[in-house]
Design a binder for this molecule. Structure first.
Ligand SMILES: NC(=O)C1=CN([C@@H]2O[C@H](COP(=O)(O)OP(=O)(O)OC[C@H]3O[C@@H](n4cnc5c(N)ncnc54)[C@H](O)[C@@H]3O)[C@@H](O)[C@H]2O)C=CC1
Ligand SMILES: CC(C)CC(=O)C(=O)O
Ligand SMILES: [Mg+2]
Length: 352
C-alpha cells in the first residue's frame, strides 16, 4: 500500500507530522510512504508549485495525504506559479472530481459552535462538492478594456457529463445515509446553474428512493446557520461547495475539525484512489507556532484508510480516538482550549 505524503506550506508540515504519528501507531503492514514537495515549498526548491516528480509520486500511489498550500510570500507570483495551483493541478490531473466534506457535531462540542447548542447538535451533513470544473478551471485573465479600465474575468461553466457524474456520487451517498439530497445552485441567475439543475433532475430518475430538493446558494448559506439539521447530503459546484463547507465547519465548532476526501473513478487493489486533506488552508497566521489543530488532518487520514485502503476498522479506530480526545477536553486554541498541535497528536495516539 503506497501513500504519498504532501505536507505543503504553513501549518501543513506541522499537522502532517501528527497524522504521520497516528499512521505509525496503527502499525499497518506493507505500507510504503513517499514524501514529496508541493506548493510554495516546492516553488522555492524547484521553481514550480507542482513539480513533475511530485505529480508522478502522487499518481503512482494508492492514496495521497495532503496538508495545505498557500504562502503569502508567493501571492504576487504569476498565477500559474502560485502554491494554490498545486492543489488545483493535483485535483484535475488525477481526475479527482468528487470532494466529500462531512460535517458532524462531536458530542460535547455544542458550546463551541457559532450556533445555539440545540441547533448545532443536529448537524450531520455531507457536502459533495464538484472539484474539477466551474469557475476555478474556466478561462481567466486580466485585460485592459478599450477605455483603459482593467477588467478581470473568470469563465464559469459546467458540461452536462460533469454534472451527471457528481450527481451520481451524491445520490449514491444519500442512499447510504438519510436518503435526502439537496442540490445547491443559483439557477435563478446563472445558466451554468440552470443546466446543473436540469441534469440533477434527470439523474434523479435513477434514484427514486432519494428525496431530492433544490436550494439557491444564498438561501443555503442562510439555512446552514438557521437550521443545519435539515441537510443530509448537499451536492453543489466547486465554488459554492468551497464556501459552504468553510461555513459548515464553524457550525460544528472549528475549521480545524473538517476533513475531506477527493475521489475519482480509478480503482486500486485496495479501494478507490483518492487524495485526502483538511478543508482549511495553510493558516499562515498561526504557522510555526504549534497552535494548529491537527484533527482535520488526522480525520482526513481516517477517510483515506476507509476509501482508498479498505480499512474501515482502522478508520473507525482513528475517528473514535479523535472523538474521545475531544470528549476528554483536549481542545486546541481554535476550540477555546490550550492544547498545542503535538499535544493533540499525543492525545489521539494515546486513545487509539
Ligand atoms: N487546500 C488548500 O491547500 C487551501 C489553501 N488555502 C490557502 O491557505 C492560505 C491561507 O488562507 P486563509 O484564507 O487564511 O484560510 P485558512 O483556512 O488557512 O485559515 C483561515 C483561519 O482559520 C484558522 N485555521 C485554519 N486551519 C486551522 C487549524 N487546523 N487549526 C487552527 N486554526 C486554523 C487560521 O489560523 C485562520 O485564522 C492562502 O494562501 C490560501 O490560498 C486556503 C484554503 C484551502
Ligand atoms: C486553495 C483553493 C484552490 C482551494 C480551497 O479553498 C479548498 O479546496 O477548500
Ligand atoms: Mg476552501
Amino acid at each position: 500500500m503506497k501513500i504519498a505524503l504532501l505536507a505543503g506550506d504553513g501549518i501543513g508540515p506541522e499537522i502532517m507530522a501528527q497524522a504521520r504519528r497516528v499512521l505509525d501507531a496503527l502499525e499497518l503492514s506493507d505500507l510504503d510512504l513517499a514524501e514529496a514537495d508541493v506548493g510554495g515549498a516546492a516553488y522555492r526548491k524547484h521553481g514550480h508549485p507542482l513539480p513533475d516528480e511530485t505529480l508522478a509520486i502522487a499518481r503512482d500511489a494508492d492514496a495521497v495525504l495532503f496538508g495545505a498550500v498557500g504562502d503569502p510570500g508567493c501571492d504576487n507570483l504569476e498565477r500559474h506559479l502560485r502554491p494554490e495551483q498545486a492543489i488545483l493541478g493535483l485535483r484535475s490531473n488525477l481526475g479527482l472530481f468528487a470532494n466529500l466534506r462531512p460535517a458532524k457535531m462531536f458530542p460535547g462540542l455544542e458550546d463551541m459552535s457559532g450556533l445555539k447548542p440545540e441547533i448545532a447538535r443536529e448537524i450531520d451533513v455531507l457536502i459533495v462538492r464538484e472539484l474539477n470544473g466551474d469557475v476555478y478551471f474556466g478561462e481567466k485573465a486580466m485585460r485592459v478594456l478599450d477605455d483603459g479600465r482593467r477588467q478581470g474575468y473568470d469563465f464559469m461553466s459546467y458540461a452536462e457529463d460533469e454534472v451527471r457524474r457528481i450527481a451520481h456520487v451524491a445520490f449514491r451517498a444519500a442512499q447510504g445515509r438519510g436518503g435526502k439530497l439537496c442540490s445547491v445552485d443559483k439557477a435563478n441567475v446563472l445558466e451554468t446553474s440552470q443546466l446543473w439543475r436540469e441534469v440533477v433532475i434527470e439523474t434523479a430518475a435513477d434514484y427514486p428512493d432519494v428525496e431530492l430538493s433544490h436550494m439557491y446558494v444564498d438561501n443555503a448559506a442562510m439555512q446552514m446557520v438557521r437550521n443545519p439539521g435539515q441537510f443530509d447530503v448537499i451536492v453543489t459546484g466547486n465554488l459554492f461547495g468551497d464556501i459552504l463547507s468553510d461555513q459548515a465547519s464553524m457550525c460544528v465548532g472549528s475549521i480545524g475539525l473538517l476533513a475531506s476526501a477527493s475521489l475519482g473513478e480509478r480503482q486500486t487493489q485496495y479501494g478507490t484512489f483518492g487524495m485526502y486533506e483538511p478543508i482549511h488552508g495553510s493558516a499562515p497566521d498561526i504557522a510555526g507556532q504549534g497552535k494548529a489543530n491537527p484533527m482535520a488532518m488526522i480525520l482526513s487520514l481516517a477517510m483515506l484508510l476507509r476509501h482508498s485502503l479498505g480499512l474501515e476498522d482502522k478508520a473507525a479506530q482513528v475517528e473514535a480516538a479523535v472523538a474521545k480526545a475531544l470528549e476528554d477536553g483536549v481542545l486546541g486554541g481554535d476550540l477555546g482550549g490550550t492544547a498545542g498541535t503535538a499535544e493533540i497528536g499525543d492525545a489521539v495516539v494515546a486513545r487509539l
